[in-house]
Design a protein around this ligand. Structure first.
Ligand SMILES: Cc1cc2nc3c(=O)[nH]c(=O)nc-3n(C[C@H](O)[C@H](O)[C@H](O)COP(=O)(O)O)c2cc1C
Length: 381
């Protein structure tokens, strides 16, 4: 099958599901609780209707967006995805390479399966670093030091994992690292020969960034160790201020959904916010990000750069987010579904789809640039 046979992210998801063991696919696809927040994220976009304007010259269009002094070629980037190489070997490096070639941002997860240094070498001008603030503070400041040393410029601090959520699919699959070789899991892997072969060739995924901080027994072998490195019930404003003081470049807070959190982010000295609910993986009863966005934009006021992820699956989702005040958009699963379905070419194909749809939607509503988008193009405004 050719990449062009896959016309939507859902097409790619269906193909990825056939190629990835259930355990790993469910880790990627699933969310917290009964996954109501995943559904709500999608519904939020569907419920918004655009208002087209015609009789305008839209011959010359571009979708470039400038963020923190860098002009990107598309309004979408790659969200951080931890443990990605378990889903498909080399996802991290494939997507970082794609981001460099196509001039979009790639966000490296703190609990990635490629190291800060590897990714900075692949995409020196396009890699952003996402920080989790683990219980042991020194790890957080060590990671910052390493990210700075590589020249990574933009820091994304994720604040929405005070404690782990209950992801029922993972619990039902008894998901731990490495796989428990139960008869069920052996059968699962045996039925996905492409994945099994690729994993054999590339080696077992490890938490590369964290390797120096946990002993070999824990590094890459225990999902619980990874959780311990992600989770931080003590993350408060004081610690956030110290992180702010330690980082010279732009700092974004990922996971703020309310006006109050936006005000806090501003007081801490963040340069922006990624409105995110972790793709429905944390608080099952959280709002969709597209419904939270206007409150955050209003509370943040001037001087903060507001971005969004969670549930973005089409170019018109991106346009809707911009109409409501977002200045950039990200997706996590879309790009990983692409690689799961098509291998290395998958990331490029996902970006092609988003970019084509953004271009078509811009023209359809009578705009030629992303900067023109505002609430006038929303039916209900
Ligand atoms: C498998 C998986 C792993 C993730 N790992 C991280 C992570 O390490 N750090 C983080 O800040 N967010 C993580 N996220 C959340 C994403 O960065 C992003 O917020 C989310 O995927 C956006 O929703 P979408 O997948 O619907 O586009 C993860 C998401 C998924 C699906």
């Amino acid at each position: 099958m050719k990449a062009t046979d896959f016309l939507t992210i859902d097409d790619l998801r269906a193909r990825a599901k056939k190629r990835i063991p259930k355990l790993a696919f469910d880790y990627l696809d699933g969310g917290a609780g009964n996954e109501a927040n995943i559904a709500r994220n999608r519904q939020g976009f569907t419920d918004i209707v655009l208002c087209p304007e015609y009789m305008r010259d839209v011959t010359e269009r571009n979708q470039k967006v400038t963020i923190f002094g860098h002009t990107y070629d598309a309004p979408i980037g790659v969200s951080p995805v931890g443990l990605a190489n378990l889903i498909w070997p080399k996802v991290d490096t494939y997507l970082a390479t794609m981001a460099r070639e196509r001039n979009i941002p790639y966000t490296l997860s703190a609990v990635s399966t490629s190291s800060i240094e590897q990714i900075a070498e692949i995409a020196p001008d396009h890699a952003w670093f996402q920080l989790y603030v683990p219980g042991q503070e020194y790890i957080c400041f060590e990671l910052l030091k390493r990210a700075k040393a590589t020249g990574m410029n933009v820091l994304v601090v994720t604040v929405d994992i005070p404690i782990p959520s209950r992801r029922l699919r993972d619990l039902r699959n008894d998901f731990t690292m490495p796989f428990k070789m139960t008869p069920k899991n052996i059968w699962d892997i045996a039925r996905k020969p492409n994945w099994a072969l690729a994993t054999l060739v590339n080696g077992k995924p490890r938490f590369e960034n964290m390797a120096p901080y946990i002993d070999d027994a824990a590094a890459g072998k225990s999902l619980n160790a990874a959780q311990a490195l992600q989770v931080s019930p003590k993350l408060d404003k004081d610690l956030m201020r110290r992180i702010r003081a330690d980082w010279d470049g732009p700092m974004l807070i990922k996971g703020a959904l309310s006006a109050k959190s936006a005000e806090t982010a501003k007081r801490i000295g963040a340069d922006g916010i990624i409105v995110s609910n972790h793709g429905g993986r944390q608080l099952d009863s959280a709002p969709s990000t597209i419904e939270a966005l206007p409150r955050v934009v209003e509370a943040a006021g001037d001087g903060m750069t507001i971005m969004l992820d969670s549930g973005v699956r089409t170019g018109s989702d991106i346009i809707k987010a911009f109409c409501l005040g977002a200045e950039f958009v990200f997706s996590g699963r879309s790009f990983v579904f692409g690689v799961g379905a098509l291998g290395e070419a998958g990331g490029q194909h996902v970006l092609d789809m988003f970019a084509t749809e953004v271009d078509i939607t811009l023209a359809q509503i009578g705009c030629t640039t992303m900067a023109e988008l505002n609430s006038d193009y929303l039916w209900d405004s």
